[in-house]
Design a protein around this ligand. Structure first.
Ligand SMILES: [Zn+2]
Length: 390
């Protein structure tokens, strides 16, 4: 069932694991001979893949010398690195069954167990373990942070808010993330209770006045409540704080009562006022022009932007799509041949500073690693004009 090479690798890693565990044990000066024997027996059971027997021996060693708890954690870490998550989970479960476990050891075992459950895809068990840990140690910032990330993945925003509130109270930090979580909660409640959504967005705005996210939520809930003027001013405040929102969220200005021509001219003035954000505002302007039935003018606008910034691939993509949609006449297509050639390439204009993954649209939370406020415009991709013309 195993190929020879697989078996060799398996045996080699297991041997290294056992050796390291042994070295850890024997390097402790206070380790008695009996404890060493128990460890040796434990490691032998590890090798023969009998976790329960291994644990019994390792426990005996641990009773002889409390400092050897570290060895359990080292062993679990090795198992984890080998991909043997079930083993690491078993070790922690068994450890937690021991009566009179020192408080910090228990806490650490619970945290590692919760994280291993999460890595194994057992989200419910991970949740239960985090809840138990936090009921015993409500101010454990490491656990609060890890649990919040799990809740974010599960999109349980209301519990994530509660956990983050505790984190803020404990560490005095994290108001920015709390504001984001309140906004996510508002997004969920908006369709059924726009007033509640508005209240959540207002609270988020008070917590983090510089963030664009609460302004977007204020605008959306104002729209849901039919308050167009409030929506307009909240949208302008959102775009002031985060211009990258312009191409998508900025178009809500039309829902808030602006005509396409009014929106297009406002985007144009913003593009001029903020030279560094000219790209996203020009994209938004082009979209407003299209909605106003002025596709040809939209193409001109984008082409002018591309003359200044040839590497602005989103504009290239937008021009290409407009041409394909059949707006301008056939003869124009020849002039834009290089644009059409690049249409097949993915435009990943945003990069996460935490995980380095790239994404096509701006978002407050990284879709890859879950970090908040880490997406930014990627350095402009070199556009190879010569290759496009070839
Ligand atoms: Zn990321």
């Amino acid at each position: 069932m195993f190929s020879d090479s697989t078996l060799v690798v398996l045996l080699a890693t297991t041997a290294v694991t056992a050796l390291l565990a042994l070295v850890l044990v024997l390097s402790r000066k206070q380790t008695t001979e009996d404890a060493s024997k128990a460890y040796l027996a434990g490691v032998r059971y590890v090798l023969s893949d009998e976790p329960d027997a291994a644990f019994a021996e390792l426990s005996r060693a641990a009773r002889m010398n409390t400092a050897t708890y570290d060895t359990y954690f080292a062993l679990a870490a090795l198992m984890r690195r080998k991909g043997e998550l079930a083993w690491a989970i078993r070790l922690a479960q068994n450890m937690l069954l021991k009566p009179a476990l020192p408080r910090d050891v228990r806490r650490r075992a619970q945290l590692e167990l919760a994280l291993d459950y999460r890595r194994s895809g057992m989200q419910d068990r991970a949740r239960d373990t985090f809840e138990t840990l936090l009921s015993e140690a409500p101010e454990d910032t490491e656990a609060l942070l890890a649990y919040r990330r799990l809740l974010e993945e599960a999109r349980d925003w209301s519990r994530a808010v509660e956990v983050q509130e505790r984190l803020v109270a404990t560490s005095g930090d994290g108001q920015g993330v709390l504001a984001h979580l309140l906004c996510e909660m508002a997004t969920v409640s908006r369709p059924t209770d726009a007033r509640a959504a508005r209240a959540l967005a207002d609270r988020a705005a008070a917590l983090d006045p510089q963030s664009a996210h609460p302004r977007v939520e204020q605008a959306r809930s104002a729209l849901a409540l039919g308050q167009r003027d409030a929506a307009q001013s909240a949208l302008r405040e959102a775009l002031e704080r985060e211009p990258e929102l312009a191409p998508v969220t900025g178009l809500l200005l039309l829902d808030a009562g602006l005509s396409p021509a009014e929106a297009a001219s406002w985007f144009a003035s913003e593009a001029e006022r903020k030279a560094r954000a000219a790209g996203p505002f020009t994209l938004a302007r082009a979209e407003a022009l299209v909605r106003g039935g002025k596709a040809a003018q939209a193409v001109e606008t984008l082409q002018a932007l591309l003359q200044r910034e040839p590497g602005f691939l989103e504009a290239r993509r937008a021009v290409g799509e407009l041409l394909l949609a059949g707006g301008p006449v056939e003869s124009l297509r020849d002039a834009y041949r290089d644009v059409l050639r690049t249409l097949g390439d993915p435009v990943l204009a945003f990069i996460c500073r935490a995980c380095q993954a790239k994404f096509p649209v701006f978002s407050f939370r990284c879709p890859g690693c879950g970090a908040w406020d880490h997406l930014g415009r990627a350095p402009s991709q070199e556009f190879d004009q010569a290759a496009a013309r070839a």
